[in-house]
Structure formats: structure tokens, C-alpha cells
Write a protein that binds this ligand. Structure first.
Ligand SMILES: Cc1ncc(COP(=O)(O)O)c(C=O)c1O
Length: 512
């Protein structure tokens, strides 16, 4: 494989592979000098006798590097990484927003950061109070009566919600086997339903991009356990027939699961509890800031209606006299059989709880509502400034994200992927591409409330420049993009299907 920087750009090649102060970086194993070490440790004595013959017989294969080499390696890698702290990160459906430093400071307070989940409950009263306060905020903002705090991400919350629904149906002796999912749903929705043993049936969208209510009604029946509906949807639209949808679902004896990943658009504006929703997960790591990306950590509490609350997972925090207790098992009177049990080792993602509550308290209720309004305003600004050049999938206004399709690229020879790669050269992380699947060559842009008008204007100017360039038919430029990134086009299919996650010397040879 070519070294980073060696094949960048078409004009300048450097002998080092570096690009100015953008330094090329090999794998840490390629820097290995056997025997080199960052510290001088004395030869261990009497290890053999103390380990009873269990000591290692061979080196474990760590690369040998000095301390400065290690530091430089990771700093250089971090400079190759794009982050919300570096620039606009408009990934639709991901709500990549600014993470206030105050949250980080609070999460690092030793009283929170050094907690152990197995500490005696008397020593963690403050932490339980924090979980309880956060739960209270979530109930108030959603207008729901109960919440399960332990799910560790949105998808985990979906699992929690569907397990509550399944437990509730089983408790009433009602074996239903189908979950209805709109075609625009995030992949985790059907995946969760399938993991819970349900058959998935799709509901089409109408020409406004919303759930087709009559198609839904035709699908409903005594075999349907639940509908999983995202609102605002992954098309960036509010499901304005949601009350009728809830009514129809309940009339059929089914439950209404709402995917609340896009709650950022409606905090303080609409309470899901008023819409007839039975359960909904909240991605704390989206709506209430907290850093996410790279697979975690996340937090996906699930708010529940009265009918589902008894089935919520354990442990849960509960007031107990003057203090708070972590309930590990329900009492006989509460119906021990009802809870579907433990979803996770402990009570949830403490670090995320601290950050989310810090976000809420520092904004206040009015500030949270304003954040939602600004997120929607920003998305509509992008939509309004781009709709004459890009092709809008559904008429606006939109909620928190603007959805375009590849109609404007028709006959240009440029694809959505090419366009996204060219955005990297312009200094922007691409938007979400090819999702939702209901739209051809989708480009889903979610600026969030974090962006100023200046940064949106820069983004819009680049998007317009690229759209005009594509329309002029500058196919070669797009086919070669990104021209300025440390690596250019990767084989995305191979990267996804055959990721090489472990260093083995022979892999390096194979790659070369
Ligand atoms: C609409 C929607 N639902 C569910 C999820 C899953 O959430 P998580 O990534 O926290 O598991 C996402 C994540 O992007 C999403 O956008």
C-alpha cells in the first residue's frame, strides 16, 4: 500500500511522504524496533517462583518504541481524524453537535469519574440523585410516566422497548408475531424487531415522504405487536398524522414504539406522551450533546407508558425513605415476574448521564427549546439556500435535517459518492449518503444548532460550487476526489466486508 501522502495531489510529491506539516504516519507496528522501550525497568527477580510456572514463555508482540515516538504517533493520528471540534460535521440522523466543555469538566469530577458500580449504595447517593434528576427531566420533556435508564445506546433502547412490549403481550397471553416498520426507518429498527423474534412488514411512504396511513391501516390486525416509527422521521419530516397513527395502532391492540433519535428537533415543542406513544428511546449522546462517534459511548434511556412500565429492566433507581436505592429485584407485590430482567450489567452509562444533565441544567428548559428551534432553523436555512441547485426530495420546510437526492446529478456522470468525496477537499465532512433508502442517492444534511450563520454560509458556498461544477460535467475532477486527503479513494466494500483489525506481519505483506 502506498504511504500516506505519497500519492496525494497531482502536482507535489515530497521525499518524506509528508504534506507540509501534515505528517504521514505508518502503523505503530511498522515503527517497531525490537527491544526499544519507553522506560527502563529492572529485570524482574523471583517472578518464576511467584507465578508458579505460569509466566509467559514468549514476548506478546508489542512494538518497541520510545516515549516520544508513541506520543508523536498518536498525536499525528489524531490530526488525521475529523471531529466536531475541528469543523462542521453535517451527518444526518447523527446529530453531531458541540459538546460543551462544562459537561466534560463535570464528568471528570472524581466523585463521578472514580465511582465503581459495586460500591455500597450509601456511598453513591449523589450519583443516584443525579440519575433520578436526569430521569425526571426526561419524563418532563417527553410527558411520559416512566423511564428505563440502563440502555447503552439508541439501538439498545430499541431492544429494551421491544422487550417491554413483548413481555406486556406475553403477560396478557397475546402472541403476536409482526412488527411494522416504515421503509424510511433506520436499519436498527428492523434489526431489533428481528432479534426479538418478530417478522417485519414494511409500510410505504406517501408522496409527501410520510407514512402512508391507509397502507398502515391495511396492515394492522391481531397479528401486529407494534409499529416502530421514527418521528421526526429520517427524511427530516414531522409525521403530522401521528395522532391518527397512534389511534389506529391502539385500536388494533398493538403498541406504538417511537424511535426518538431525532428528538433534538422537538425538545420543548412537542411531548411524545401527548401523541399516543407507548415507548421511545432517547439518544442522550445526540440530543443532549455528549461526544459520540466511533462506536460509543452512548446512552439510550427509554421512556415508557403506564402499560409498559412494569416490564422495564432492572436495576432501577428508586426513592427509599430519605435516600435512594438501586432496586435489583422487584417485590412480590410489584409482580416480580413482570420485569423482563437485566439488560446490562449495571444501571447505565454514568459518564453520559453526567454530561446530559449538565447540558440540561446549563441550558434550562427555555435554552433546550431554543436549541431545538435553532437546529430546525439551521436545517431550513441550508434547505432554502440549496434547493435551487440541488434536488429536494420532499417539499419543505423540514425539521432538523435537509434531505436532497441525486436528481440534480442525473446525466452528469457524477454520483452522490463522488460529490461527497469532493466535499472532503473543500474541508467538510460529508453529509450522510444513501440514507434513508427511500430516496435515490440520498444526501441527508443535519447542521444542528451548533453552527453559526458564517459557518453555514461557507458550507453552502462549497456545496453550490460543487453542484455547479458537477452540472458543468467536470467528471474527472469528481472521479479523482478527494485530491487533498491523506488517503484518496478506499475500496469501501472491501473495507466494510473484510476489515483488517489485527496486526499480523503477513497482512502487511499482503497489503503491499
Ligand atoms: C433514526 C435512528 N434510530 C436509531 C439509531 C441508533 O442509535 P445508536 O447509534 O445510538 O445505537 C440511530 C443512529 O444513528 C438513528 O439515526
Amino acid at each position: 500500500m502506498a504511504k500516506p501522502g505519497m500519492n496525494n495531489g497531482q502536482t507535489i510529491e515530497t521525499s518524506s511522504g509528508h504534506r507540509g506539516l501534515d505528517l504521514a504516519e505508518p502503523l505503530i507496528f511498522e515503527l517497531d524496533a525490537p527491544g526499544r522501550c519507553g522506560v527502563d525497568l529492572p529485570e524482574p527477580s523471583q517472578v518464576s517462583s511467584r507465578l508458579g510456572g505460569l509466566e509467559r514463555q514468549a514476548p506478546i508482540g508489542l512494538p518497541g518504541l520510545s516515549e516520544p515516538q508513541v506520543v508523536r504517533h498518536f498525536v499525528r493520528l489524531s490530526r488525521n481524524n475529523f471531529a466536531i471540534d475541528a469543523g462542521l460535521y453535517p451527518l444526518g440522523s447523527c446529530t453531531m453537535k458541540h459538546n460543551p466543555r462544562l459537561n466534560e469538566k463535570l464528568a471528570r469530577l472524581p466523585g463521578f469519574a472514580d465511582l465503581h458500580p459495586m460500591q455500597p449504595v450509601e456511598t453513591v447517593q449523589g450519583a443516584l440523585e443525579l440519575i433520578d434528576t436526569l430521569a425526571d427531566w426526561l419524563l418532563t420533556l417527553t410527558g411520559m410516566p416512566a423511564v428505563a435508564m440502563s440502555p447503552a445506546a439508541g439501538a439498545h433502547g430499541e431492544l429494551c422497548g421491544l422487550m417491554c412490549i413483548r413481555a406486556a403481550l406475553e403477560a396478557r397471553g397475546d402472541a403476536r408475531e409482526v412488527v411494522l416498520v416504515p421503509t424510511s426507518a433506520h436499519g436498527t429498527n428492523p434489526a431489533t424487531a428481528a432479534i426479538c423474534g418478530y417478522r417485519i412488514e414494511e409500510i410505504p411512504a406517501d408522496d409527501r415522504g410520510r407514512v402512508d396511513l391507509s397502507a398502515l391501516k391495511e396492515k394492522l390486525g391481531p397479528h401486529v405487536a407494534a409499529i416502530m416509527l421514527t418521528n421526526p422521521s429520517t427524511c427530516g419530516l414531522f409525521e403530522n398524522q401521528i395522532v391518527e397513527i397512534a389511534q389506529a395502532v391502539h385500536d388494533a391492540g398493538a403498541y406504538f414504539y417511537c424511535d426518538g433519535a431525532n428528538f433534538n428537533a422537538i425538545v420543548g415543542k412537542v411531548r411524545p406522551g401527548d401523541l399516543g406513544i407507548d415507548c421511545m428511546h432517547l439518544n442522550l449522546h445526540k440530543t443532549f450533546s455528549t461526544p459520540h462517534g466511533g462506536g460509543g459511548p452512548g446512552s439510550g434511556p427509554v421512556v415508557l407508558a403506564e402499560a409498559l412500565a412494569p416490564f422495564a429492566p432492572l436495576p432501577m433507581v428508586r426513592r427509599d425513605g430519605d435516600g435512594l436505592a438501586l432496586v435489583e429485584q422487584k417485590s412480590e407485590a410489584e409482580g416480580t415476574a413482570a420485569s423482563f430482567g437485566r439488560l446490562k450489567g449495571f444501571h447505565g452509562q454514568m459518564g453520559m448521564f453526567v454530561r446530559a444533565l449538565a447540558f440540561m441544567l446549563s441550558h434550562g428548559a427555555d435554552g433546550l427549546r431554543q436549541a431545538s428551534e435553532d437546529a430546525v432553523l439551521n436545517a431550513n436555512y441550508v434547505l432554502a439556500r440549496l434547493q435551487d441547485l440541488l434536488s429536494l426530495s420532499f417539499p419543505g420546510p423540514c425539521m432538523h435535517e435537509a434531505l436532497f437526492d441525486d436528481g440534480f446529478l442525473k446525466d452528469t456522470g457524477v454520483s452522490t459518492l463522488d460529490f461527497a468525496k469532493a466535499m472532503i477537499d473543500e474541508g467538510f465532512h460529508p453529509m450522510t449518503m444513501y440514507f434513508p433508502l427511500v430516496v435515490s442517492g440520498a444526501m441527508l444534511i443535519e447542521p444542528t444548532e451548533s453552527e453559526s450563520k458564517d459557518s453555514l454560509d461557507q458550507f453552502i458556498a462549497s456545496m453550490r460550487h460543487l453542484a455547479e461544477r458537477a452540472r458543468r460535467g467536470d467528471v474527472d475532477y469528481f472521479a479523482g476526489a478527494p485530491h487533498l486527503a491523506p488517503y484518496r479513494r478506499l475500496d469501501e466494500t472491501r473495507a466494510a466486508r473484510h476489515p483488517v483489525l489485527r496486526w499480523r506481519g503477513d497482512v502487511k505483506e499482503a497489503a503491499e
